[in-house]
Design a binder for this molecule. Structure first.
Ligand SMILES: [Zn+2]
Length: 290
């Protein structure tokens, strides 16, 4: 198993240069974030940590993802686009479907890249969900000064995805989320391959999903930044530390030099250089058996 464990080293502390000051995003989100009590947050944390423990730690989980052929055998299955959000209920992944991920189903992606994503993934279905952070960000960018309600954002997310019926020929529908009002993600999977991680023989802890294999590097890394902002901003936040880090699992494509584990690991680490969270993040990378 190629498994690169990188606890990011002490490095540049130049937070002024970082791209994390997504203050607009946080200001917008703050209006909609329903604060949960410390007890609720701690309980959700305990559940996620237990799932990691059940997998015999992050190494065990990565091994399950690497070793389970069904995770990568997508023969006869159709891809459905869902948001990178970790709360998406995996009802779409069964013997007929698997997920490909894009924040807000393309809402932050340029038109050319949307078309390229659809072409390379072969998807025919897009979804929207409630409480979409990507839709919130896009709304803020396109409606400066506005203070939208959660209903406004939900409508905005739905109408955007419905517009893809005309522009990209996608069928669209809503997909549900678990734990509304709170983000219980303990990590992100940065994918150089299509995969169905729900096929492992245990409940998967909550991970954001980022399909680097269907998007340009710069954009995929923006999605990773959003995931980190959410997890550290209004997810488990200060519960992450060196001993209980936010995990980034890199699933590389050994047949593509650009998307192999080593290269994707370098991409991810280039982002972590400029985060204030870098000491609380652990990267695990492997090349998928495809
Ligand atoms: Zn979303």
């Amino acid at each position: 198993m190629l498994c690169i464990a990188t606890r990011h080293p002490q490095g540049i502390q130049n937070y002024a240069q970082n791209m994390w000051a997504t203050t607009t995003y946080f200001k917008l989100c703050a209006k909609d974030v329903k604060m949960v009590s410390d007890d609720v947050r701690q309980s959700a944390w305990d559940v996620q940590q237990k799932l990691i423990e059940d997998a015999v730690g992050i190494d065990g989980l990565v091994e399950k993802l690497e070793e389970t052929e069904a995770v990568y055998d997508l023969t006869g299955k159709e891809p459905i686009i869902v948001c990178i959000d970790e709360r998406i209920i995996p009802t779409g992944t069964d013997e007929k479907h698997y997920y490909v991920r894009s924040a807000g189903t393309f809402i932050l992606l340029d038109e050319e890249s949307r078309k390229a994503f659809v072409e390379s993934s072969g998807t025919k279905t897009g979804t929207w969900h409630k409480e979409c952070g990507a839709a919130t960000k896009n709304y803020g960018d396109t409606h400066p000064g506005a203070k939208p309600t959660s209903e406004t954002i939900d409508t905005y997310a739905r109408e955007f995805v419905e517009s893809l019926e005309d522009s990209l020929g996608l069928e669209t529908r809503e997909i549900g989320i678990e734990s509304p009002g709170f983000h219980p993600a303990i990590g992100a999977i940065y994918q150089g391959v299509d995969m169905d991680p729900f096929q492992i023989d245990m409940d998967l802890p909550k991970f954001f999903g980022i399909n680097r294999n269907h998007t340009p590097k710069k954009y995929a890394l923006e999605e990773l930044k959003i995931a980190l902002d959410i997890a550290f901003g209004h997810g488990f936040g200060d519960l992450f530390d060196k001993e209980n880090p936010f995990y980034i699992i890199v699933a590389g494509n050994p047949n593509n030099p650009e998307l192999c584990a080593d290269n994707l690991c370098s991409e991810v680490n280039s982002v972590l250089e400029n985060t204030p969270y870098k000491e609380k993040i652990l990267v695990k990378a492997y090349d998928a058996r495809i």
